[in-house]
Design a protein. Sequence first.
Length: 45
Amino acid sequence: MATPMGFELLKQLFKKPATNVFPVTYCPDSILKLLEKVEKGEAKI
């Protein structure tokens, strides 16, 4: 039985998320270097 909530669930499953998946503005060349900078306090996530 189809319900409005079922349609909403299907829509959310296949829709691209509106938020940035990676927690920084751009995708860095090296994630390890980014994490090292975060530890030093040079970068913020």
